[in-house]
Write a protein that binds this ligand. Structure first.
Ligand code: 3MF
Ligand code: MG
Ligand code: MG
Length: 396
């Protein structure tokens, strides 16, 4: 790592709204076909390590830190006190909390199960999550529905299931309004996260666009409290251009939270760290977000690979992910103020000026030469990414 050079200081890292999930650092390398390759670590160590690195925010699922049986019971508050102490001692804030609605057997039919008692239990967990979020000072609640879908067709009726899912969210928003009023605090920003496949074969809300439609479906009692948490790879997985998916959410005023990672199109959720697969696309994504003044968190929702050791998680995985993000963010600033890109963009936007704008031939002829600038801009972006715009050339 020393030989690689180029690391940012913890102080610089803390200037960004970067959050580290409990589950990302705690991931032991296990999956359906994999045994764990790392030892378990608890929230105290994770929060301390994030603080040392300069990751100023931490987030968690309820059951990452409190055993399922204790959730909603008196004993959960002891854990919350320990978390608050760890956060304070390390200068880290809790930015977001989430209800785990995918791992435990109770969610086999999703939180919007046809069984009313499962839905009742889901509401209990969601309302409790809101309470925990307020106690920890979180600003955001994120909902990845997980098992909202099916493996085999026929038993699950989609419209009922979506109505039931909305009832859970409505209960969480209502609880939030009451708790916020009681505490004299603002309500949380509730963000829906879509994923196109896994852990079900068919998913009822598979994309961020589907989430935006759901928010505006009329099923939510407080649509103004609900936005989206797109995940870069979740959009890429279904074949989307993540930047276009983010643009649609931006236009709706709903881009409130963002899970950052990387991976491949039409593959499973490999959760690789930001910029290791698609650095050019990432640069473009950050140009969009910087130019639109996105102020929300950048949440490091990746998984250190199985080949990385326990110490490697902290020595390599997290610092390099954070630093690639910061470098790409700074490069995005360079792109926005780059004179070549600015001039080319202005020329394109000014158009070619046809004598008769109702004449297709004249319009085409007037604009024809300008369109070469599309490729020039693409080249310039690669130059900025590779540092070639600073006069760096390679020769044999
Ligand atoms: C799954 C995910 C989730 C969500 C999380 C939201 C385990 O692919 O991305 O991470 O981000 O549940 O809080
Ligand atoms: Mg995610
Ligand atoms: Mg994911």
């Amino acid at each position: 790592m020393k030989a690689c050079g180029g690391a940012y200081s913890p102080q610089t890292r803390r200037k960004h709204f970067i959050s580290g999930p409990q589950w990302a650092a705690g991931y032991r390398g296990d999956a359906l076909f994999y045994a764990p390759t790392r030892q378990a670590i608890g929230f105290e160590e994770i929060i301390r390590r994030y603080g040392e690195l300069g990751v100023g925010y931490w987030c968690t699922h309820d059951s990452d830190v409190i055993v399922t049986e204790a959730l909603g019971k008196e004993e959960q508050w002891g854990v919350i006190e320990r978390i608050k102490t760890a956060l304070k001692e390390n200068g880290v804030q809790c930015s977001m909390i989430s209800t785990e609605t995918f791992h435990h057997a109770v969610w086999a039919t999703s939180p919007a199960s046809e069984a009313p008692e499962v839905r009742e239990y889901a509401k209990f967990r969601l309302k409790n999550m809101v309470k925990l979020g307020h106690e920890l000072g979180a600003q955001f609640a994120v909902y990845w529905p997980g098992s909202l879908g099916y493996y085999v067709q026929g038993a699950v009726e989609e419209t009922n299931t979506l109505r039931w899912y909305a009832e859970g969210l409505n209960a969480a928003c209502q609880a939030d309004i009451e708790i916020a009023q009681h505490r004299g605090a603002p309500t949380l920003k509730h963000c829906l996260e879509a994923k196109p496949f896994e852990p079900q074969a068919e998913i009822l809300l598979p994309t961020t666009d589907a989430m935006l439609g759901f928010i505006n479906s009329g099923l939510l009692t407080h649509p103004e409290m609900v936005g989206v948490n797109p995940e870069y790879l979740h959009e890429l997985m279904w074949g989307a251009a993540p930047r276009a998916a983010l643009a649609r959410a931006l236009l709706c005023g709903k881009l409130w939270h963002f899970d950052i990672n990387d991976g491949y199109r039409l593959k499973h959720d490999v959760d690789i760290a930001i910029g290791l697969v698609n650095p050019l696309d990432w640069l473009n994504v950050l140009v969009l977000l910087r130019s639109h003044g996105y102020q929300g968190p950048f949440n490091l929702d990746f998984k250190p690979p199985r080949t990385t050791s326990n110490s490697g998680v902290w020595e390599v995985s997290f610092p390099t992910a954070v630093d690639r993000f910061i470098t790409l963010w700074e490069m995005a600033g360079e792109v926005i103020s780059d004179p070549v890109i600015q001039e080319a963009t202005q020329a394109l936007n000014a158009g070619g000026g046809a004598a008769d704008p109702h004449d297709a031939e004249a319009v085409t002829a007037g604009y024809r030469e300008l369109l070469t600038l599309h490729e020039l801009i693409a080249h310039r972006l690669v130059q900025i990414l590779l540092g070639l715009h600073r006069g760096r050339t390679y020769s044999v």
